[in-house]
Design a protein around this ligand. Structure first.
Ligand SMILES: Cc1cc2nc3c(=O)[nH]c(=O)nc-3n(C[C@H](O)[C@H](O)[C@H](O)COP(=O)(O)OP(=O)(O)OC[C@H]3O[C@@H](n4cnc5c(N)ncnc54)[C@H](O)[C@@H]3O)c2cc1C
Length: 400
């Protein structure tokens, strides 16, 4: 067991750090009001200047090969270790920089694992170049935790599949190019046996995307309807009817993308706040309850980091961190809620301020986080589902 980075990893960390400091506008982290673990922060998409900066920055990451750090060189990657990828992701999220997404974090690695050679030829190069964005088409009105209950079908017809059905809670579908879609290719088979994965062009005739407005009043997710949508057979990913197993692997990849650096940044800001703010004429940092709360958050974050580095280490050793990915997701998203709750308690009424005022703490982040953190423990599988996975896959307890 080794609890420190190698010199090569330290050098790489410094390289990423310098890049972020040089290439991102210095006020970028402050302008991004993303709450750690939350989904709802969509200001980026409403500010054209930030969108331009984000695209330019992402292009530079693609040129450096950092969007696909751990991928094999033959697929446009750097072939660095997963530990180096984790170091990169930690810093990217600390700076709330563009550079992690569904295409490179979920769809790409999944295709590399179970895609056909034709799939890899079609999809890996544009993903590695950062040219295409995907949304996740899993959940349906009657299938969330229990994805095997999904009803969307993809039925073979000549050279195509014809897709019919509805997806819901489709984050950023309106901003993406393609769906990474799960559908039933054999609706009569046992629930886990008749599902397949597809990539579907959002522009296909018969795709309708309707906005759903979230608790923050932002348009972050959608409901998406598929009405006789024709998809070429070569857009089937991997083998027909193996989709449920592919989906489970893709969910493991998603649960590793916890954005841990954003938690570290938020905790730093909270500590800086309690060191300067006063209550009843005394520094907040002297308040017993405040100190207890800050210490609680710091120790939970340390536990999360241990799981984060461990999952990277397991991947480097050729192991698939499935239980560990669920545990990491569980710890981080529960921390997201605790951080918002405790921030609100620590700041009292000031924590409710959002507007530009000298009394508003941490750029008005707290009320937003208080609402946004609710989504953290639901998206990518709820906390209950993560605990079920730890109990069943990790501890060998029976399903019921
Ligand atoms: C912000 C956000 C973004 C999302 N983005 C996407 C996306 O891009 N694409 C996508 O496909 N989906 C997305 N989702 C959907 C998300 O994956 C589902 O909401 C989630 O899996 C839960 O499913 P459900 O909403 O149908 O709730 P249900 O499955 O109906 O669950 C309701 C409650 O019952 C509990 N429960 C259910 N089954 C069990 C069980 N076996 N044991 C114990 N408790 C259980 C759950 O924990 C939950 O508390 C998003 C959700 C959110 C909140």
């Amino acid at each position: 067991m080794e609890f420190q980075f190698t010199q090569k990893q330290i050098d790489f960390r410094n390289e990423v750090l310098n890049f972020l400091k040089t290439e991102l506008p210095s006020d970028w982290p402050d302008r991004m009001k993303y709450w750690p673990g939350g989904y709802g922060s969509m200001e980026l998409n409403e500010d054209p200047e930030m969108v331009r900066t984000a695209i330019a920055f992402k292009n530079k990451l693609a040129e450096k090969g950092w969007l696909t750090i751990s991928w094999p060189k033959e697929y446009g990657g750097k072939q660095y270790s997963y530990m180096e990828q984790a170091i990169y992701e930690d810093l990217i999220m600390y700076y709330k920089a563009p550079g992690m997404g569904i295409a490179t974090g979920i769809a790409g690695p999944s295709i590399l694992h179970f895609g056909t050679e034709e799939n890899k030829k079609d999809w890996i190069p544009p993903i590695a170049r950062g040219e295409i964005n995907l949304w996740l088409g899993y959940s349906e009105p009657d299938a969330g935790s229990d994805l095997a209950a999904m009803r969307t079908t993809a039925i073979e017809d000549g050279d195509d599949y014809i897709i019919n059905g509805q997806k819901i809670w489709s984050s950023a579908a309106h901003l993406s190019d393609y769906a990474w879609l799960a559908a039933k290719t054999d609706p009569d088979a046992k629930p886990h046996k008749g599902m397949s994965m597809f990539i579907v062009d959002n522009k296909s005739p018969g795709v309708t995307i309707r906005p759903l407005i979230n608790i923050l009043g932002s348009h972050s997710f959608n409901e998406v309807f598929f009405d006789n949508v024709r998809v070429p057979k070569r857009n089937l990913i991997g083998q027909k009817n193996m989709g449920f197993y592919y989906l489970m692997l893709a969910l493991d990849f998603e649960r590793l993308m916890v954005g841990i650096g954003a938690f570290a940044k938020m905790l730093e800001e909270l500590i800086a706040y309690v060191k300067t703010a006063q209550r009843d004429g005394r520094p907040l940092s002297e308040n017993v309850q405040v100190r207890q709360q800050i210490a609680y958050l710091a120790t939970r974050l340390e536990v999360a980091y241990k799981f984060f580095w461990r999952t990277a280490d397991m991947l480097d050793k050729g192991q698939q961190p499935s239980v560990e990915a669920s545990a990491l997701k569980l710890i981080c998203t529960e921390l997201s809620r605790k951080m918002a709750d405790m921030s609100m308690e620590i700041m009292g009424p000031y924590g409710q301020l959002t507007g530009p005022s000298p009394w508003t703490p941490i750029r008005g982040m707290i009320p937003k986080g208080y609402l946004d953190c609710i989504s953290a423990t639901v998206g990518a599988g709820s906390s209950e589902i993560q605990r079920n996975i730890v109990a069943q896959r990790g501890l060998g307890l029976p399903r019921k």
